[in-house]
Write a protein that binds this ligand. Structure first.
Ligand code: ATP
Length: 449
């Protein structure tokens, strides 16, 4: 078991692309940390630097108290699991799982013992003598995990290990991964681009954008106290609604009404030296059908008129869409989020607001009604810096990211270039069981019939 520390770690590729920019993170022994962010933000590069599959351009990486910048992957005592499981098709599950130990000349009886124990943990005992091609995607994924587990490494590194599974199996398997990590108590760093996966899995989640760490915190803190516009828009589903706000006469004028600027909001906004124009963020779940708000809660929010465009009923909740003049909220962060989610209504100048209401609501499509918004959960962002002005920490200087801390968002996108062959080196170095080079040939991820 080991602690992993990244200090000012930077990766610049030979073509000049800055993939990871001054990354600071302390991962405690036994902690489960998720790296999440949109495609190209530098997650895999960060993981590969921890594994030793990519050189570190500058900064320091420590595993278990030792600086390992120059240490070969095989000496770092870590095991990696990739999206492509990279199983040998001609070997049984047992042989696949024990292969790394066999290479390390571990006595056969010890290999057997470890493989059988891992198979028990992963519920693979009855499949030990089958070949990967005869297994389901979920079972293959477990074999790939088993191959890592038998090595009893100091840390597991996982790069989108569930991406090849269908949606239902992914949900089921992510619970298994979580249980497994708790049971083993081994440090785990897990890369995903899926914010739901990130939120459900980790002790702490590190959100990245354009090579820069934006915020690292527990899932609940990321949700409740996003450091900036990017984290606010990335975490949460459906995404936070953004609209322009104008500070005038002690009020914040928004598309859903005037928000009195008093108490905490007044304090932080007056201290933040912000101009008249701000961006207001409201999560879908901060709205309610005003007819269903208990009297004792009413004063925590304001009501406003809305015409319901569309209602999506999910049984346990209802999503209600309505239109408002939201004003211009065009920032680089929100544009990137809109591109990443493939949805035009994430920020930008979209006019649609989504509200998650109590399923007991009797509202219907086309109805003119009154909705309520809980002002306790409204976020206010500085359009220039993207910082969340409703947090005390937001005025803290950028720097070392710890739980709840935020780094200033000034990242620039690294230029795109596919890291050809890097995975081949990856597997060869960290997990001698199989290389991604052989994986394509093995085709175990695709061979299901
Ligand atoms: P994805 O989820 O799409 O895998 P990611 O967040 O893991 O994305 P990385 O693969 O770490 O992102 O890439 C980060 C940036 O570095 C990208 O802009 C990418 O194009 C660039 N990059 C990655 N590998 C190389 C390389 N070998 N040479 C040059 N640039 C690279």
């Amino acid at each position: 078991m080991a602690e992993i520390i990244l200090e000012n770690v930077t990766k610049r590729f030979p073509d000049g692309a800055l993939a990871v920019d001054d990354f600071n993170l302390d991962i405690a022994d036994g902690e489960f940390v998720i790296l999440v962010g949109p495609s190209g933000c530098g997650k895999s590069t960060t993981l590969n630097m921890i594994a030793g599959l990519e050189d570190i351009s500058s900064g320091e990486l420590k595993i278990g108290g030792k600086i390992v910048n120059q240490m070969a992957p095989k000496d770092r005592d870590i095991a990696m699991v990739f999206q492509s499981y990279a199983l040998y098709p001609h070997m049984t599950v047992r042989a696949n799982m024990g292969f790394a130990l066999k290479l390390a000349k571990t006595p056969p009886n010890v290999i057997n013992e470890k493989v059988e124990e891992a198979a028990r943990i992963l519920d693979l005992t009855q499949h030990l003598d089958r070949k990967p091609a005869n297994l389901s995607g979920g079972q293959r994924q477990r074999v790939a995990m088993g191959r890592a587990i038998v090595r009893d490494p100091a840390a597991f590194l996982m790069d989108e290990p569930l991406s090849n599974l269908d949606a239902k199996l992914r949900v089921q398997t992510r619970t298994e991964v979580s249980r497994l990590q708790r049971r083993l108590g081994t440090t785990m760093v897990y890369v995903t681009h899926d914010q739901t996966e990130a939120m459900t899995l980790g002790d702490r989640v590190a959100v990245m954008r354009s090579g820069k760490l934006q915020q690292v915190a527990s899932p609940q803190v990321l949700y409740d106290r996003p450091a900036n516009l990017f984290v606010a828009g990335f975490i949460g589903s459906p995404a936070m609604n953004f609209m322009s706000g104008a500070l005038e006469d002690g009020k914040l004028r928004t598309a859903v009404g005037d928000i009195p600027v008093t108490g905490r909001l007044q304090q932080t906004l007056s201290g933040a030296n912000v101009g008249r124009d701000v961006i207001v963020g409201i999560r879908p779940e901060s709205f309610e059908d005003s007819a269903l708000v208990p009297a004792e809660n009413r004063n925590y929010g304001i009501t406003f008129p809305a015409t319901i465009d569309v209602i999506e009923s999910l049984g346990s909740e209802k999503f209600v869409y309505f239109s408002k003049e939201l004003g211009s909220v065009e920032t680089a962060e929100l544009a990137e989020l809109a591109r990443d989610s493939g949805r035009a209504d994430t920020g930008g100048s979209a006019e649609t607001v989504v509200a998650r209401l109590d399923p007991a609501t009797q509202l219907s499509e086309g109805q003119d009604t009154e909705l309520w918004v809980d002002l306790r959960a409204v976020h206010v962002f500085d359009p220039a810096t993207g910082q969340n002005l409703t947090l005390e920490e937001s005025s803290a200087p950028a720097g070392r990211a710890s739980a709840g801390g935020a780094a200033a968002d000034t990242g620039t996108a690294a230029s795109p270039a596919a890291p050809a062959g890097s995975e081949t080196a990856a597997q060869a170095g960290t997990d001698s069981a199989a290389g991604t080079g052989t994986d394509t040939a093995a085709g175990t991820g695709e061979a299901t019939t």
